[in-house]
Each structure stands twice: as C-alpha cells, then as structure tokens.
Design a protein around this ligand. Structure first.
Ligand SMILES: [Fe+2]
Ligand SMILES: [Fe+2]
Length: 280
C-alpha cells in the first residue's frame, strides 16, 4: 500500500488545513516516510500535525527543483529533523529569479544550505533503493508552457533563461506498477512522461498514476496558457492509460479545461486529499 497526502498546495479541502502557493506532498510506503517538497514556509508542518504526521519520523526528502515555493522551508525542516536524507540536484542552489516590470525578484533557495550534511546531490538517473528512483535531464520541448519564459537562473554570474535542468521527478515502485511525482513540471508534463518512457525502454505500461502541478499559469501575473495549449495537453494525457492528480501551478481555470477533456482520468489534489491504495 502507498499513502499519498497533499500536505500543502494552493487550495484546501478543509477549513482546518492551511493553503498557500507552493507544494508539499507526504508519501508513506512500507519502507519509507517521504516528503516530496516542503512548500514555501513552515505551514506544511502545521498541516502535518493536524493530520497526525510526525515530521521527526520523515526519513527521505525530495526537493523537486530550486524554487522557494517547493524548498523554502528547507532550513526549518532541518532544525526539526536532523536525520532525514534530502535529495536535490546541485543546480537547484544556483540563484533563481523571475522578473517583475524588468526587475529581478528572487524565487530561489537559500544557497547557504547547500553544504549541509543531510543533503545529497543527485545525478540524472539516481536510484535511492528498490522502491525509489529519481530522474531528470528532460530536454524535450513539446507543448511547453510559456509561463516558463519569465523564469531565470544564475549561471556563471549571469542571469539567463532557466532551462530547468535542476528539476527532478520521483518514481515509486509498488509491485509491478509505478507512481510518479513531478512537482511543478516546468519541463512540461508531456516531455516528462516521454523521458519516463525512454528510461523504461519504450514502455509506459508500468506507470499507474502521476501527481504534480502542470505549470499552466504564471502565479505573479495570473496569466494562463492558451486554451488551445491546455486542450492539446489534455488530449495527450487522455490518450494514456494513466491516472493523474494535479494541483498547485496548474491553476483552477486550466484544471477545468483538462477535467472537461479527461473526465475520471484526472482529479484535483487539494491540501488534505489522501490517496491510499495498492497500485500493483
Ligand atoms: Fe517552480
Ligand atoms: Fe511551484
């Protein structure tokens, strides 16, 4: 059995649980208690307490990419839990920013944390154990979100358009099936799935379910991707035999377009939503 709980995202399913722009997902397997992203601040811990999840018992943390709405609570987490191993791409600590009226606005992680002993830098295909694997290096650009054009990275002292090589994805193996968690999907959910298929020697058969935001709007300007692009993504995903739970940077308007096309194949993963099942 795998238990997957939305600990924090942009909306909440209960007045007891706080919501905020960001993402934090709790995953419990027979071998691990995992946090996939930590949200922007300590709010995910308050929600965890209400859901009877003890942060001290977490053994594995995955930071999906170098944006503060996913790893902003890293220092706070390490104050409370000093034993969990934290997996992150090294480039996630390069500076990251957006631009508001042409002026850079920091959206990155605290670079001072990069050498902490709890942190492990991951490679493009990183096997944690028989159950957990991370992958990155998604370079495809099909159905790519234009909201990414407002995001930048610091490379050799220069601010350049972000190519999101710092973004990684988690695969959880459950028997002969797999569940994938993608964070923001800056590289595009379609390109991420195509990379997954490449890693799986051309087969998508093992992939049962995907959790993550699809980055279909800019949280600062509130501007959405075009209805056409969202519909094309929906048609692609609808053609797969995979269940999707989305939230966070997908946005409510884009979710509605996706849902109208995908029906039962897609659901919203609001703060407090719990999926508990055996996928095998
Ligand atoms: Fe992001
Ligand atoms: Fe995000």
């Amino acid at each position: 059995m795998i238990k997957i709980i939305s600990l924090l995202e942009n909306t909440s399913s209960s007045p007891e649980l706080k919501s905020k722009h960001g993402l934090s997902i709790y995953v419990e397997t027979s071998n691990h208690k995992i946090l996939f992203d930590l949200g922007p601040n300590e709010l995910f811990m308050k929600n965890a307490q209400k859901l009877d999840i003890d942060i001290k018992n977490i053994d594995t943390v995955i930071i999906s990419h170098g944006h503060s709405d996913h790893g902003g609570a890293l220092a706070k987490f390490m104050e409370i839990n000093k034993t969990a191993r934290i997996y992150i791409k090294e480039s996630a600590f390069d500076g990251h920013c957006t631009k508001v009226a042409g002026i850079p606005f920091n959206v990155g992680l605290d670079n001072a944390l990069r050498n902490r002993q709890q942190i492990t830098f991951t490679s493009d295909n990183y096997v944690i154990d028989d159950e957990l694997m991370l992958f990155s290096n998604v370079t495809g650009r099909k159905l790519f979100s234009k909201a990414n054009n407002k995001l930048f990275a610091k490379k050799s002292g220069k601010i350049v358009l972000d190519e999101f090589e710092h973004e990684q994805y988690l695969i959880i193996t459950n028997g002969n099936k797999q569940v994938m968690i993608t964070g923001c999907s800056h590289n595009g959910i379609v390109n991420i799935i195509e990379k997954y298929v490449e890693i799986q020697n051309g087969s998508i058969d093992k992939l049962a379910c995907v959790f993550g935001g699809f980055h279909l709007f800019n949280p600062i300007t509130r501007i959405y991707e075009s209805d056409e692009l969202i519909s094309e993504i929906a048609e692609y995903l609808d053609g797969l035999n995979v269940k999707f739970y989305t939230c966070h940077c997908t946005g409510k308007k884009a979710y509605k377009i996706l849902k109208d096309c995908m029906g039962e194949q897609l659901d919203y993963f609001s703060t407090g939503t719990m999926i508990w099942r055996d996928w095998r």
